[in-house]
Design a protein around this ligand. Sequence first.
Ligand SMILES: [Zn+2]
Ligand SMILES: [Zn+2]
Ligand SMILES: [Zn+2]
Length: 257
Amino acid sequence: MKVLFLGSGTSTGVPVIGCQCDVCCSADPRNKRLRSSVLVQSATTTLLIDSCPDLRQQALRHNLTAIDSVIYTHEHLDHTTGFDDMRAFCWNREDKLPLYAGPSCLAHLKRMFAWAFSEQNTYKGYIRPAAHNHGGAPFIVGDIEITPVPVEHASVETFGYVFRAEGRSFGYVPDIKVLPETSRPLLQGLDALAMDALTTREHHTHITVAENVKLMQQLAPTRGFLTHCGHAVDYESTARILPTFMAPAYDGLCVEL
Ligand SMILES: [Zn+2]
Ligand SMILES: [Zn+2]
Ligand SMILES: [Zn+2]
């Protein structure tokens, strides 16, 4: 299984428009972060996690022309508003594009992009999603098993996911404030885990780098990654203080499991 970080940034991206801070002005390409999204790939199956507003740029950068399914973490705009760019993934397929989300996110998508979900949407050039409400229950796409992991984040229903294929496991939790006790076992001891590390100071809807490290040490994945980072997180100086099994993710990072 392979994981490609299409974007590792928070909702503003980095650099932030108009900001002159050291990270926003940094020449280090690993400090240039598009909005958060990953591609999870097995030998036969490609999953896109979230359709962020930078999806077009990410698809062009990585020559991404087809996916088997899109899976949503939650309805926040930095995870959904690239929806329309998935048209390109529908042009070369006869069937609808499988789309998985929890009930709240799915309702939000249907409200926001009603035309795509409408029975009248028969024109081949539009995105034609086959919507599935996973309801928090595990599901399978191709040869990848997907387990939703409920987490607390802002006031919206939010899921992380664990992906299992080819005997490997990868957990992805881009937006989290609190990991409920009931979700904890789902993330324990994975081959790799990428988790929210928005900033360095306490935040009301996200965990900090320090909180991420503490959680990672408890969950003990073989490899741990910071993602969904804002401009308070400098790649180089953050990488230096992390435990040896951890690293900040960066756009274009490909992790082979
Ligand atoms: Zn900045
Ligand atoms: Zn969010
Ligand atoms: Zn987000």
